[in-house]
Write a protein that binds this ligand. Structure first.
Ligand code: PLP
Length: 281
């Protein structure tokens, strides 16, 4: 199986990562995940733009242009013969004797990427999932897709231990997003999600959903909402690259629309599916 190491495609077992790689020691890097449907990348341009932007926000310079990375990724998907799956990529500030201070300019960033086979979570998409509410204990730059995911992992683990799929996070009662997803409520026909500030990751799926709402006259508001509003919503859903438009049928024991995915959520799911199909043509 092949992977990307900097600007090359290589055998996975030929790649070595230094124990003083700053990604390994400090989480000093950023990452991205792009979905592959039927051998094709979905919203690749948006993901690559965010990858470059996340890197720039922490002052890592990706050592080659977006177009070259896209070419490499497409080549990797072909060589690994991935039909339905995803590609994970990350870039770290490189390997250098351990020191909090950034290394000198000669230290080269380390970029790695690999493919994975993933099927669509069809039964969860059909039946919906359960979530809990948890404290958002993350830093104040959640707009950066940073390798530092400890608070997200703790929140996800908390949900898993309660038999749930996701933790919906809040800061002082204001819902921000999920531990690895964006979060939405629907009340009286209106879709609401946290504005794209420093407190959330502006999901690519979120941006697709915003456009689909706009194109289909579904009222969409980027407005903050509280945990109380979440629990009083008509419908709740989350979104991400791998979860797509995922209905949430229960939060902290509170059931929504009789435990079935709501009508507007269903509509958004079918619009999203059309987007995938369009791309595959
Ligand atoms: N928010 C967080 C914290 C995430 O980790 C993710 C994705 O994994 C998202 C939101 C959704 O982003 P996207 O739709 O680009 O996958």
């Amino acid at each position: 199986v092949k992977i990307i190491y900097n600007d090359q495609i290589m055998d996975k077992n030929k790649v070595q990562i230094d124990i003083e790689d700053r990604g390994y020691q400090f989480g000093d890097g950023v990452y991205e995940v792009i979905r592959i449907y039927d051998g094709q990348l979905f919203t690749a341009e948006e993901h690559l733009t965010r990858f470059f932007s996340s890197a720039e926000k922490i002052k890592i310079v990706v050592p080659f242009p977006k177009e070259q990375l896209l070419r490499l990724i497409k080549q990797l998907i072909n060589e690994n013969k991935v039909n339905n799956g995803s590609i994970y990529m990350q870039i770290t500030r490189g390997a250098s004797p351990r020191n909090h201070v950034f290394p000198s300019a000669e230290t080269k960033p380390v970029l790695t990427a690999y493919t994975k086979v993933v099927e669509r979570p069809e039964s969860a998409l059909e039946n919906g999932v359960e979530a809990i509410v948890a404290d958002d204990i993350r830093w104040l730059r959640c707009d950066i897709k940073s390798l530092n995911l400890l608070p997200n992992l703790l929140a996800k683990q908390q949900a898993t231990e309660k038999g749930c799929y996701e933790s919906i996070l809040h800061r002082d009662g204001t819902v921000t997003e999920g531990s690895s997803s964006n979060a939405y409520i629907i009340k009286d026909g209106k879709v609401k999600t946290h504005p794209a500030t420093n407190l959330i990751l502006n999901g690519i799926t979120r941006q697709v959903i915003a456009r689909l709402c706009d194109e289909n006259q579904i009222p969409f508001y980027e407005e903050v909402f509280t945990v109380d509003e979440l629990l009083a919503a008509d419908e709740v859903f989350i979104s991400s690259t791998t979860s797509e438009v995922m209905p949430v049928i229960r939060v902290d024991g509170k059931l929504f629309s009789d435990g079935k995915p709501g009508q507007i959520t269903r509509k958004l799911q079918s619009l999203f599916l059309e987007e995938i199909k369009k791309m595959e043509k």
